[in-house]
Design a protein. Sequence first.
Length: 115
Amino acid sequence: VQLQASGGGLVQAGGSLRLSCAASGSLFSIRTMGWYRQAPGKQRELVARITSSGWVNYADSVKGRFTISRDNAKNTVYLQMNSLQPEDTDVYYCGMGTVRGVDYWGQGTQVTVSS
């Protein structure tokens, strides 16, 4: 399995970005997909997760601002990020696995929010 994340960049506070993560292989439709973020020197933390049946959960810090979705026909998971704040600045990673954990990681994509 290979996961290719894209869509990061530099945006002003209050702006929006959409991250995409395309997966290779045949596991995508039956696996949980998630977005995580990590700052230098800190642990990687869950941002949002979506199961194969469409159940979602979000970190409290992003509820109401971020939306995770998936397109099984395209083997792609998205993260729509609105009302971005400087504290959302991080490297964002997509992961494939189950609700118990991540089995595969994509490369990170940098999101930088300027004040």
